[in-house]
Design a protein around this ligand. Structure first.
Ligand code: MBD
Ligand code: FE
Length: 285
């Protein structure tokens, strides 16, 4: 990285605080009972006690943890750290509570934004001239219910990083809706969208999430991925991600968010990469 790049590089501080501000803007709550909260906290504290005893955690280590947690908050990195290291377990648990047979979900991650611009069923993602120089990805398919009926008017929200691994609205200097859009399917549920081939991606690692990863000798990479949220009235909304066959880190994702069913097998043409992926939506519970 040259010093000229540094001025526009998003620091962990920038992207973290943006993710925290976006999360805070939408105050959340849960109807968890006192009994359930008691059971959860009892087990959580017991798990911490077990680790402390098993590893004979020192006072220095305890104080480093305290300091690190303060840093994570100040850098706004709780959405990042939690989504990378915990969300996949929550996603799995909640999938297993139902008898879903439609398209598998995956984690949302910290960079989803609601209300991205509507695009026609056969549109092109908003992109800059520099993005147009990347390998085009022609991504098409059909959204259906479990019986195979096409779901017209289904919405496919798509968001992904640019070639350098930056997401609009979380890195500075990128147009607000770059590589973000809501594709509306045609009467038969079809979509045919032009975007660009995403690249493997390092999560922001110049802040406390990066220090954490370095402290245990890990790496900050995620495989190249597309983020999607697919919805249609009366059907279960799925939040998922798609990956690329044979891509780096598909088997070694820092966020543990890949699944075999979510791996695309594109073909390469003269005009770019082409791939078809069907989305199957379960009925709403
Ligand atoms: C990402 O792009 C992402 O998908 C996740 C899960 C965490 C950090 C950045
Ligand atoms: Fe991502």
């Amino acid at each position: 990285m040259t010093s000229a790049d540094q001025a526009v590089d998003p620091t962990a501080h920038d992207s973290g605080n943006k993710a925290t501000d976006k999360f805070k803007a939408n105050r959340v709550s849960s109807d968890t009972s006192k009994e359930r909260a008691n059971a959860i906290y009892t087990d959580l504290l017991a798990a911490i006690a077990q680790v402390a005893h098993k590893h004979e955690v020192t006072y220095d280590e305890y104080n480093v943890l305290k300091q690190w947690m303060i840093d994570v908050g100040e850098y706004g990195e709780w959405p990042l750290w939690l989504d990378v290291f915990v969300e996949h377990e929550i996603e799995e648990v909640n999938y297993n509570r139902h008898d879903y047979t439609g398209t598998k979900g995956s984690i949302e991650g910290p960079y989803y934004v609601t209300n991205s611009p509507k695009l026609p069923w056969n549109g092109e993602m908003p992109m800059r001239e520099q993005d147009k120089k990347c390998t085009p990805l022609y991504f098409e398919g059909q959204v259906t219910d479990l019986e195979g009926n096409g779901l017209g008017g289904a919405e496919i929200e798509l968001w992904h990083a640019d070639e350098e691994g930056y997401y609009s609205q979380f890195a500075p200097g990128i147009p607000e809706w770059n590589l973000r859009g809501t594709i509306v399917t045609d009467e038969e549920g079809r979509y045919k969208i032009k975007t660009i081939q995403p690249a493997p991606y390092q999560i922001p690692h110049d802040g406390p999430t990066g220090w954490f990863i370095e402290s245990y000798g890990g790496h900050p990479w995620r495989p190249a991925h597309l983020h999607l949220r697919v919805s249609h009235p009366g059907h279960r909304t799925i939040t998922t991600q798609l990956y690329f066959d044979g891509g780096d880190y598909v088997d070694n994702d820092v966020a543990t968010a890949t699944k075999p069913e979510l791996i695309l097998h594109p073909t390469t043409g003269d005009d770019g990469n082409h791939v078809n992926y069907p989305f199957v939506l379960d009925k709403e519970d």
